[in-house]
Design a protein around this ligand. Structure first.
Ligand code: SF4
Length: 77
């Protein structure tokens, strides 16, 4: 979710069904600001406040990684 003070290029944002301004997602489900080859943020210096507060390897980060990995694990024989 974006805050009024965030300065994100409009083509990278969208409005959620709840009416909130958020980062848009590509067809792959990733944030449109993500470089999928390098897996890094292409607007790092101007990334949203929410992203700045995200604690790498924190509780939420680990939970998100676990959620992301589960569908892939299900594909393994
Ligand atoms: S850090 Fe960058 S790529 Fe990651 S969610 Fe935020 S804006 Fe998107």
């Amino acid at each position: 979710m974006l805050m009024p003070e965030d300065r994100i290029p409009a083509h990278l944002t969208t409005t959620s069904p709840e009416g909130l301004l958020v980062m848009a997602r590509g067809e792959d489900g990733w944030c449109t600001a993500l470089d999928p080859l390098r897996m890094n943020c292409t607007i790092y210096d101007q990334r949203p406040d929410t992203c700045r507060r995200f604690v790498m390897d924190g509780t939420y980060c680990r939970a998100a990684r676990k959620d992301y990995q589960q569908p892939q694990a299900a594909l393994l024989p």
